[in-house]
Design a binder for this molecule. Structure first.
Ligand code: SF4
Length: 345
């Protein structure tokens, strides 16, 4: 049995707005194993980013972590520490050094007033990986070579606005890996980039993960990216995990109607289709989430029970979990169309 490096239990984050309390994530639980790539996938607004930020308490007001535990196994032998409980100074030593982030928009991640090399060096200087900023800039040259920034000696002296979006993201990746982190949290790292650059960045992340033997938590709405990159995947809907399992199991035998619908929305280049399938409706308002199963207003199989009672999370196969009252009846049904659902007796 592989050892977890992170054990997230019952993580719940609410945002206290003038309009009401937004229940952004409710009772999210999962484990991350050392060396794996774990993907969190779902539509915009499902709570993926809030989950990833809550892992190291990066939730700003009016948000608040209401309950839960994030157990971090710093070394194999030591007992875990709860990242939600330790003092802020201790957490700051872990954040950016042992657990590093790559955010969605590289432009917002970099300070326009400092050179690219300085910003990578600063990440190392803060965590005492280097003793002088100058030494860090020299290391940044090597990191830029690794992430394929052209002219690294020159580009440590340039400013973010002088680089393209793809190059800026490579600078951010350099800063993230500069302290050799155990866990890299990549939050939609390719969303702000064009398609060809997206492929290059994903390839780069894969290579770096192997080289540094890091554990990667990948946040994405793209099932294609999940299929290419992840070992395991958790599908989120309206602030909850509705299905979780290893990539082969979830892609070959998805149980939850939402997972099935997401997979049907991925274009298949080998099939000629008139229209891509979409999921009717929108993600619910999380101030007043639907009772029972939160997916029921959009689910073609919803029964009265679904509308009243929340389905429990059940382990249906080894490591494959689902939260749906009808998972047994839906098993093996080929047709997963949202428009023409199969009959479920
Ligand atoms: Fe659909 Fe009911 Fe399953 Fe929810 S519990 S996904 S509403 S069948």
């Amino acid at each position: 049995m592989p050892k977890p490096i992170l054990d997230v239990q019952d993580l719940t984050v609410h945002f206290y707005t003038y309009a009401g309390v937004v229940k952004a994530i409710e009772g999210v639980s999962f484990k991350i194993f050392e060396g794996e790539t774990f993907a969190l996938v779902g539509e915009t607004g499902c709570g993926k980013t809030v989950t990833s930020r809550a892992l190291t308490r990066l939730i700003e007001s009016p948000g608040r972590i209401v309950r839960g535990r994030v157990l971090y196994y710093r070394t194999e032998s030591s007992s875990p520490i709860d990242l939600l409980k330790i003092p802020e100074e201790e957490l700051r030593e872990i954040r950016g050094k042992e657990i590093a982030y790559i955010f969605q928009d590289p432009t917002a991640s970099l300070d326009p007033l400092y050179t690219n090399g300085y910003q990578v060096s600063e990440a190392m200087y803060y965590h005492r990986t280097v003793s002088k900023i100058k030494e860090g800039i020299m290391r940044a040259v090597d990191l830029f070579k690794k992430v394929l920034v052209p002219n690294p000696e020159k580009n440590v002296e340039t400013f973010p606005h002088e680089l393209s979006g793809g190059m800026r993201q490579r600078v951010v990746i350099s800063a993230a890996i500069s302290n050799n982190p155990k866990i890299v949290i990549a939050d939609e790292p390719t969303t702000a980039l064009d398609v060809t650059v997206q492929a290059q960045i994903l390839e780069l992340l894969r290579k770096l993960k192997d080289e540094y033997n890091s554990t990667v938590i990948l946040i994405t709405h793209n099932m294609g990216v999940v299929a290419e990159m992840a070992d395991r995947v958790a599908v989120m809907y309206a602030g909850k995990i509705v299905e979780l399992g290893d990539i082969f199991s979830v892609f070959e035998k998805p149980y939850h109607p939402y997972t099935r619908a997401l997979l049907r929305a991925v274009p298949d280049p080998l099939k000629k289709i008139e229209r891509l399938e979409s999921i009717p409706g929108t993600v619910p308002n999380l101030i007043n989430p639907p009772p029972g199963c939160r997916f029921h207003p959009r689910c073609p199989y919803a029964t009265d029970k679904c509308k009243l009672k929340e389905p429990p999370v059940v382990e249906i196969e080894n490591g494959h979990y689902v939260a749906c009252w009808l998972y047994e009846k839906l098993e093996g049904k080929e047709k997963t169309s949202m428009q023409q659902p199969v009959e479920v007796q």
